[in-house]
Design a protein around this ligand. Structure first.
Ligand SMILES: Nc1nc2c(ncn2[C@@H]2O[C@H](COP(=O)(O)OP(=O)(O)OP(=O)(O)O)[C@@H](O)[C@H]2O)c(=O)[nH]1
Length: 871
């Protein structure tokens, strides 16, 4: 089984087991020990080695472990130290590699977040209210599984995890792939991978992966949707834009957090706090670690402030002591925040401050000339700062406990004197610290002054068991019985206690690294895993959403298109029809009105029949009445024509409306005939009565004179003998009388004729005025073009009303077309955005899935991981 970094995973997997429970392979040991220890009497007894380095109980119970002077024991110790050194070196490499990978991936995830942020700004990202429901609906297509498979295959790093890689040919979806991908991890590796104290979030992530993204809620991208979160119609209760804004904020928050994580992972510094009882040998221990007489050690309590020892590299290579009055204000680049003290005056500074209490902390920048793998302060991977603290007493215990809880403190080393065991203050500190840091590195110092070492070990381990059970569990790695005072600070020398101390150093280095992993790498990895899972869920939900929208839009477009095209065709046809119908109706109305009025005008004499003749003396008034009556008769006819037009127009409107409704659906009729012909118009045609209207002489001048005479004679004679007889008498008389006689008779005859004519005229005046006025009226009608004018007027009014409805129909048709066009445009926009969205989220899903696998492939050893991590 190959491992992700090219290191055989069985070796990595077994590494910790080897470290804890077994010895390295006999061959390796044989080679190594023959080199380092100048040859060994016999190979290591592997059958017993598994018990040898088991937890504290083995130390307490094993007879081998209890025989300190045996050569076998020292061989085993050397072998373990050697193995530990190899492991530590491997761990350093792994840590370094993990750091680099994580930094790269944090960068990639930040880019994804940036893209998502921009995308969300352009068009609101769909935020699934119930990812689970979304995901249940979503069964990913084999095509995408294949795509991912292809991508995974293309990624060279993927082949390194063949054991845990899913069979990409069989699962029907990426969800299944991910499920298998994680499900098929060997159980031992899995528990190992997530650690005994693995974080709840990571477990949650794993569960969510196991159920294939089927999560109730997001881990990181969870939005605080106070309204409608429990409602299925979330998007109706919360504006889409509000959700987009919330997601914006969340993404911005993510980017800030990713920046922090980047800085934390990139930051190579780590802090180790050394604390313990008064005079337990803390300063001596720090000096022993540094292989340098740096801090003052004395029988009397001498350390009254925190002394932080850092590598001079980070102070431009200068060995300096910075006495800091206020820790929170300290800035190495701002000399105003500290006092520089010469290194040779360090002892005096620390001793003097015992009484003066001027400084809260001393920062000591020192050079470490040893090789990287020997140096604790600067080993090429991380820069460790050692902080020597004041001895614990009732005053300092709380301050130190607070200090120890700080996030930047990766490891707490508790130094206890083998002579004094744990004091009350020491116990109180450990109890306090146990809340935050379950594993404490315990140095039982001054072991050289103990005679019954086994008893001492047993007693102190028993105390540790009660004070810090987790530490006790790992006592082999975390509890060390040493004599720091016996470590020779001269390079190259090797005192009696040196092997134990070397072992302690190795364990401490590994423990620091392990805790660095906990404080820096694991949160970063977990965060990336959870964020990528969320991005996966979001991408899938958006993919589904976009696909649904695309399908719906296409279907709607397909459904609406024929109706739209039909409406386009119908528009011109219908407008033509409306025009034709209306014009037809108007023409008919005009024609009928003219015919009707013409008839009325022709028959206007009928209007005078009902009038009663008042006699010759009132004949003027009678003539007036005749005019009035004829005019009124015509006006009445006009009114009737208007009335008829209203009815015809209404009927035509109804036809038009019905026709439009067939196409456009129901809508109210806007044109109303009630408003027609309301405005008073001068429809009355009046003629003036004149004197001549009373005389209707139909003959010319001669004939009229003759007629008059004849009339008079006829009247007189006619009265006497009848008209015929009178005329013949007159003839006979003129023949008999001759011309002279006739001349004499002329005057009286003329007089008689005139009188007769006058009588006739007076008697015929009624008829004359009637005939005359009728003729005159008809002539006036003709001359005024009254009939046509009224016909056109009435037709015009009808056209106006019909046009109103026509315009309404036209505008409704236009609106219907525009609305359909707008809908079509909207649908086209939806189709385009959905296609873009699908493409974007498909790519994002592939990218995030690929990245997720890469992040998951980063190996982080959690064997010493302590408390659950807060995301
Ligand atoms: N025998 C023996 N004495 C030691 C050992 N380590 C330290 N001492 C002595 O213990 C005394 C106290 O040592 P320090 O290193 O000052 O102790 P400390 O815990 O730093 O003291 P304070 O900071 O004052 O609490 C000194 O006299 C050291 O010489 C050891 O391993 N064996």
């Amino acid at each position: 089984m190959s491992d992700i970094y090219g290191v055989h995973s069985s070796m990595l997997g077994a590494r910790r087991n080897l470290r804890r429970n077994s010895s390295p392979s006999a061959d390796v040991l044989r080679d190594d020990l023959s080199n380092s220890s100048g040859g060994l009497p016999r190979p290591l007894d592997l059958s017993r080695s598994s018990k040898m380095f088991s937890p504290a109980s083995s130390i307490l119970n094993s007879p081998i472990a209890l025989s300190p002077s045996s050569s076998t024991s020292s061989i085993r110790s050397a072998a373990r130290t050697h193995q530990y050194r190899m492991n530590a070196a491997q761990e350093h490499r792994t840590y370094h590699d993990s750091c680099q990978r994580l930094l790269t991936h944090i960068g990639s995830v930040t880019t994804i977040c940036d893209e998502l942020y921009r995308n969300n700004k352009d068009r609101a990202v769909f935020y699934p209210p119930f990812p689970k429901a979304q995901q249940q609906k979503q069964r990913m297509t084999p095509q995408r599984s294949m795509t991912t498979s292809a991508l995974m295959a293309a990624d060279s790093s993927m082949h390194l995890e063949t054991a845990s890689q899913p069979d990409m040919s069989s699962p029907s979806s990426l969800v299944d792939s991910l499920y298998n991908h994680h499900h098929r991890r060997p159980s031992a590796t899995q528990s190992d991978y997530f650690g005994s104290a693995s974080t709840s979030t990571l477990v949650a992530s794993t569960n969510s992966i196991h159920s294939g993204f089927l999560k109730q809620e997001f881990n990181i991208l969870h939005l605080d949707l106070k309204v409608g979160h429990a409602s299925t119609d979330l998007h109706t209760t919360l504006e889409k834009t509000s959700i987009a804004n919330l997601l914006d904020e969340k993404l911005a928050q993510c980017k800030r957090h990713l920046d922090n994580l980047y800085n934390r992972v990139a930051d190579t510094s780590s802090k180790v706090l050394v604390t313990g009882d008064l005079n337990s040998g803390k300063s001596t221990f720090v000096n022993a670690l540094l292989k340098r007489e740096l801090l003052p050690a004395d029988q009397q309590p001498c350390t009254n402030m925190f002394c932080e020892v850092l590598n001079a590299n980070i102070n431009d290579g200068l060995e300096q002591v910075h006495a800091v009055p206020h820790v929170e204000k300290y800035d190495r680049l701002n000399p105003a925040t500290y006092h520089i003290v010469e290194m040779r005056h360090l002892d005096t500074l620390i001793m003097d401050d015992l009484d003066q209490d001027r400084y809260q902390m001393v920062k000591i920048y020192t050079n470490d000339a040893r090789a990287a793998q020997e140096s604790l302060l600067h080993n090429g991977i991380i820069d460790i700062a050692l902080i020597d603290s004041p001895g614990l007493n009732t005053d300092s215990v709380k301050t130190t406990a607070v200090f120890a809880r700080q996030e930047e403190i990766d490891v707490v080393v508790f130094v206890v004197s083998a002579e004094n065991h744990f004091t009350l203050s020491g116990k109180e500190f450990l109890w306090n610290a146990a809340n935050e840091k379950t594993h404490i590195f315990i140095v039982v110092n001054r072991f050289d002054s103990i005679r019954d070492k086994d008893r001492c070990k047993r007693m102190i381990l028993e105390q540790i068991r009660q004070l810090s059970p987790a530490t006790y569990e790992d006592a082999d790695d975390l509890v060390h019985f040493v004599s720091a005072g016996n470590v020779d600070l001269e390079p190259g020398s090797r005192k009696l206690d040196a092997p134990d101390f070397a072992r302690l150093e190795e364990r401490l280095r590994a423990f620091v690294l392990g805790n660095r992993t906990k404080s820096k790498l694991l949160p970063a990895k977990n965060y990336l895993v959870n964020l990528l899972l969320d991005i996966g869920v979001l991408s899938e939900a958006n993919q589904t959403d976009a696909a649904t929208k695309l399908q719906e839009a296409n279907e709607t477009l397909e459904r609406d298109m024929p109706a739209y095209e039909q409406l386009l065709r119908a528009r011109d046809r219908m407008l033509n029809q409306v025009e034709r119908l209306a014009e037809g109706a108007v023409t008919t109305i005009q024609r009928q009105t003219i015919e009707r009025l013409q008839d009325a005008a022709d028959q206007v004499q009928n209007a005078i029949q009902p009038l009663e003749y008042p006699g010759i003396f009132l004949i003027w008034q009678y003539a007036q009445d005749l005019c009035e009556s004829m005019a009124q008769a015509l006006v009445n006819e006009v009114r009737h024509a208007e009335q008829q037009t209203k009815q015809d127009t209404d009927q035509c409107l109804e036809t038009l409306h019905q026709m439009a409704q067939d196409q456009l659906g129901n809508f109210p009729r806007v044109a109303n005939v009630d408003g027609m012909f309301l405005r008073p118009r001068d429809r009355r045609l009046m003629i003036q009565v004149e004197t001549t209207d009373f005389f209707d002489l139909v003959l010319d001048e001669k004939l009229s004179g003759c007629a008059l005479s004849m009339g008079a004679v006829a009247m007189v004679g006619g009265r006497v003998m009848g008209f015929k007889d009178a005329v013949s008498s007159l003839w006979n008389m003129s023949s008999l009388l001759g011309s002279n006689n006739m001349r004499r008779l002329a005057l009286p005859v003329i007089s008689v004729v005139s009188a007769g004519l006058l009588v006739y005229v007076v008697a015929d005046m009624r008829n004359a005025v009637e005939r005359k006025l009728v003729r005159k009226f008809k002539q006036a009608v003709r001359e005024a073009g009254y009939v046509e004018a009224q016909g056109y007027r009435i037709g015009r009014d009808a056209r106006k009303v019909l046009r109103v409805e026509g315009w309404e129909i036209q505008s409704r048709l236009q609106k219907a077309i525009e609305s359909k066009e707008q809908k079509r445009n909207e649908l086209e926009v939806v189709i385009q955005t959905s296609q873009e969205s699908m493409a974007y989220f498909t790519a994002l899903l592939e990218k995030s899935t690929l990245l997720l696998d890469k992040v998951e492939a980063i190996h982080i050893d959690q064997s010493k991981i302590e408390e659950p991590l807060k995301m």
